[in-house]
Design a protein around this ligand. Structure first.
Ligand SMILES: Cc1cc2nc3c(=O)[nH]c(=O)nc-3n(C[C@H](O)[C@H](O)[C@H](O)COP(=O)(O)O)c2cc1C
Length: 443
C-alpha cells in the first residue's frame, strides 16, 4: 500500500497562493485553518500530516506570508482536533538540545495517543546560525555528525523508562520502580546528558523518525536511523536512483530496507480538465513577483542578483556541490533542473515558485493518480508527500477526487487499521534497548 503524507504550509506551497481571491493571507497563524486541513487529510485516510520548520524567519515578509507557529505546539492542538492521522513536526538537531527535544516529542506522543513523528533536519543557512550565538553556519559534515549523536542520545532518553517502570501500586504505596529507569549517562563529542527523561516511555516507544536532506551525509543518516524519508526528486529516473541508493545504504548498515518508507514530494495542480489544471498553474505563476524570487535564487546559488538575467539561462560558472555548506542536495537539484531543461531564470523561478524544487504536476485527478502509480510501481517511491499548491482547496480536491481513484485501484487504504502513526506506516513498536540489555544480563 501507498503511504500518503499531507505537507501543510499556510495557504499553500505555491509562493503566490496567498494572493488568490479566496486565500486568507493571515491563515498561517490561525489554528482553525490548520484544524480544518487536518480534518480534511484525516477524511482522506492519509497516514500523516507534516509541518516544516526552521528557527529563523526564512523568507522576506514582502514576498509571502512570513512567521510560522512552532510545529509541536500547533500539532498538540491538531491532536485534539483529530483521532487517527499522524502528526509530524520538523525540528533541528543543530539548534536544539536532545533533552529538550526528546521531552517535547515524548510529550506530543502522549498527548496524541501515539501519533507523533519527528522530521530530523540539520538546518541550512547562516541566518539561523546567527540566532544561536554563531556568526556562521557550522560545516555540513559537522552538522550531520552532531545529528547522529543527537539521535543516539534521544533514543537513549526515550528508552530511559522501561514500559513497566510506572506501577501505580496504591495498595503497596509504590508509584513506580526506580530500578526500571535507565539513565543514559551519555558523554560524547557534542553532548553530555545524564538522564533519565522526565517523561515516561510514550505510546509508540518513540516518535516515528523521519529524515529530510538528500546529500551524501543526509542519505547515510537516513540509512542508519530513518523510518520515513522526505525527498525532492524531479524525474522518474532520478527518483529511482535515489530510492535504490538509500535502500542499498540501509542494507549495508544491517537494516531491513523495507522499513524505510521513501516519500518524494509532488505539488499537484488539479483540474476537471488538463486545461483547467494548467490555467490554475498559470494563474499562480502570474502572481509571482520575480524580483523577490530572483533575490532568493541568487542567495541559493551564491551569486549576486544582478548576475541572474530573467530572460537568460543560469550563468555557466556556478559553485559545485562541494563548495555548498547549506542544503547541498537542493542546490544540485535546482542547477540540474535548469540546465537539463535549458530554463531561463524567469522559467526556473516559475518552477521553483510551485514547490521550491519538488516535482510539480498539472492534470486531472486520473492523471495525478497515474503519476503517483507510475513512480510507486516503478520502484521510485513507497508513497508521496502531497504538497497542495493552494490550501485548503488543493487538499480537498486531492482527498475527494484523487484518493478514491487510488483506493479503487487497490493502492491506498479505505479505512485506518491502526491507531498509531507507526501502525499507519506498517512499523512495529520498537523494543526498549535497555530492557533487552537487562534481559541478556539476567540470563
Ligand atoms: C520534504 C522536505 C521537507 C524539508 N523540510 C525542512 C524543514 O522544515 N526545515 C529544514 O531546515 N530543512 C528541511 N528540509 C531539508 C532541507 O531542504 C535541506 O535539504 C537540508 O537542510 C540539508 O540537507 P542536505 O544538505 O543533506 O541536502 C526538507 C527537505 C525535504 C525534502
Amino acid at each position: 500500500m501507498l503511504h500518503l503524507n499531507a505537507f501543510l504550509m499556510g495557504v499553500g506551497h505555491h509562493e503566490a497562493a496567498w494572493r488568490l481571491p479566496d486565500s486568507d493571507p493571515f491563515a498561517q497563524t490561525d489554528v482553525e485553518h490548520f484544524k480544518r486541513l487536518a480534518r480534511i487529510a484525516e477524511r482522506g485516510k492519509l497516514d500523516s500530516l507534516f509541518l516544516a520548520d526552521s528557527p529563523v524567519l526564512w523568507n522576506s515578509i514582502g514576498r509571502r506570508p512570513g512567521g510560522t507557529l512552532e510545529p509541536t505546539v500547533l500539532l498538540a492542538a491538531l491532536a485534539g482536533a483529530t483521532n487517527h492521522i499522524g502528526l509530524i513536526a520538523t525540528a533541528s538537531t543543530t539548534y536544539n538540545e536532545p533533552f529538550n527535544l526528546a521531552r517535547r516529542f515524548a510529550s506530543l506522543d502522549h498527548v496524541s495517543g501515539g501519533r507523533a513523528g519527528w522530521n530530523i533536519v540539520t538546518t541550512a543557512g547562516e541566518k539561523a546560525a546567527r540566532n544561536f550565538n554563531l556568526d556562521d553556519l557550522p560545516a555540513h559534515r559537522d552538522r550531520y555528525e552532531r545529528a547522529a549523536e543527537f539521535i543516539e542520545v534521544s533514543l537513549k532518553l526515550w528508552d530511559s523508562w522501561d514500559d513497566a517502570a510506572p506501577l501505580g501500586d496504591k495498595d503497596g504505596g509504590r508509584w513506580g520502580d526506580d530500578d526500571l529507569l535507565y539513565p543514559p549517562e551519555h558523554s560524547g563529542r557534542h553532548f553530555r546528558v545524564a538522564g533519565p527523561l522526565n517523561v515516561p516511555r510514550s505510546p509508540q516507544g518513540y516518535p516515528l523518525l523521519v529524515q529530510a536532506g538528500s546529500s551524501e551525509d543526509g542519505k547515510d543518516l537516513a540509512a542508519r536511523y530513518a523510518e520515513a524519508v522526505f525527498t525532492a526528486q524531479q524525474t522518474l529516473a532520478e527518483a529511482q536512483a535515489f530510492y535504490r541508493d538509500l535502500k542499498r545504504r540501509a542494507t549495508q548498515v544491517g537494516r531491513d530496507p523495507a522499513i524505510i518508507k521513501i516519500l518524494p514530494g509532488i505539488v499537484p495542480a488539479i483540474g476537471a480538465t488538463e486545461a483547467e489544471a494548467r490555467a490554475l498553474e498559470e494563474e499562480l505563476d502570474r502572481l509571482i513577483k520575480p524580483e523577490y524570487a530572483r533575490q532568493q535564487l541568487a542567495t541559493t546559488l551564491r551569486v549576486a542578483p544582478e548576475d541572474l538575467d530573467l530572460d537568460k539561462e543560469l550563468p555557466a560558472d556556478l559553485p559545485s556541490e562541494d563548495e555548498i555548506e547549506g542544503a547541498k542536495s537542493r542546490y544540485t537539484l535546482i542547477v540540474t533542473l535548469a540546465r537539463r531543461e535549458r530554463l531561463t531564470v524567469r522559467q526556473l523561478i516559475g518552477r521553483l515558485g510551485g514547490g521550491r524544487g519538488h516535482r510539480t504536476f498539472a492534470g486531472t485527478p486520473e492523471q495525478v493518480a497515474d503519476a503517483i502509480e507510475e513512480w510507486y510501481r516503478g520502484g521510485a517511491a513507497d508513497g508521496f508527500n502531497i504538497m497542495p499548491p493552494v490550501l485548503p482547496s488543493g487538499l480537498e480536491t486531492f482527498v475527494d477526487h484523487v484518493v478514491p481513484i487510488l483506493q479503487r485501484r487497490g493502492l491506498f487504504r479505505t479505512e485506518y487499521t491502526g491507531t498509531t502513526l507507526r501502525e499507519h506506516y506498517g512499523l512495529p513498536r520498537p523494543a526498549n534497548q535497555f530492557t533487552r540489555q537487562l534481559a541478556a544480563a539476567n540470563r
